[in-house]
Design a binder for this molecule. Structure first.
Ligand SMILES: [Ca+2]
Length: 265
């Protein structure tokens, strides 16, 4: 089961970008107003000199154009740092990495601050995932940020698919909810120039996605099965990588989970 879990990636589910007209105009709603109803209950500031393995496990194995290695994940200067390397591993020419929360969480407000690598070729993400198991071969994701480096946008989504196969051949065989209605492309400044903050409020009714504290999209969640999601922070190579300035780094400053004060679970 674990090996299947580790090989999954969100990128394979969003290979095709939709037309530009799906871009959402940012409404005025602010995360700061919403957070008045919430309390911080789980977080990591990535202080110290090593990953807190009580909170995280490593993402490992191949996906898209890279093999993910624990050796590429480090803590330095208050940041979770994922090294993105030109390095042969198995059949692939690059290595990268990621971490997955050991804790699984449900309704609340999820938030992280991070900075992307500059050059093209890396798919970085902050997302919530219920991984498939042999008994329940369904992948469920809430993608708070998926971004291809070098582009001036990222995407959000909430979707679930049926998967089949083994470690080396995991593939989608059916769509329960393909996320076409909830996919949004959000225009941004250069995400490698500065840190930015991504957030998502998950309730029984909806997911509201925020960028730098402002609402960018809302997804109806009443027709998608809910459960407890692990938090993924990762960066993997795409098919073609600009190798000119490697190694590059994906930097996460912090991640936080807030629960509604009225929710006692
Ligand atoms: Ca930090």
């Amino acid at each position: 089961m674990i090996s299947i879990v580790l090989l999954l990636a969100p990128a394979v589910l969003v290979a095709a970008d939709p037309p530009a007209e799906s871009t959402a105009a940012p409404p005025a709603e602010k995360a700061a107003d919403l957070l008045d109803d919430y309390s911080l209950v789980w977080f990591d500031d990535f202080e110290g000199d090593s990953l807190d393995t009580d909170k995280w496990r490593y993402r490992t194995g191949p996906r898209l154009g890279s093999v993910q290695c624990p050796e590429n994940v480090s803590i330095a200067d208050g940041k979770l740092r994922i090294a993105l390397k030109k390095e042969r591993s198995g059949d692939l020419n690059h290595t990268a990495g990621g971490v997955i929360s050991k804790k699984a969480l449900r309704y609340g407000y999820y938030e992280a601050r991070f900075k992307m690598p500059r050059d093209r070729g890396w798919h970085s993400s902050f997302f919530l995932c219920i991984s498939p198991t042999p008994a329940i071969p369904i992948l469920r994701e809430i993608d708070i940020c998926e971004q291809n480096s070098g582009f001036l946008h990222y995407t959000v989504n909430a979707h679930e698919i049926v998967v089949q196969g083994t470690d080396k051949s995991l593939r989608s065989i059916g769509v329960i909810r393909n996320g076409t209605r909830t996919f949004r492309r959000v225009p941004t400044p250069d995400l490698s120039a500065d840190f930015h903050t991504w957030g998502a409020e998950f309730t029984p009714e909806h997911v509201k996605f925020f960028f730098d504290g402002s609402l960018v999209s809302t997804a109806d969640m009443t027709d998608m099965k809910h459960g407890d999601f692990n938090i993924w922070l990762t960066s993997v190579a795409r098919r073609t990588v600009d190798d000119s300035n490697l190694p590059a780094y994906m930097l996460f400053d912090w991640v936080r989970y807030y629960r509604k004060r009225t929710d006692t679970k």
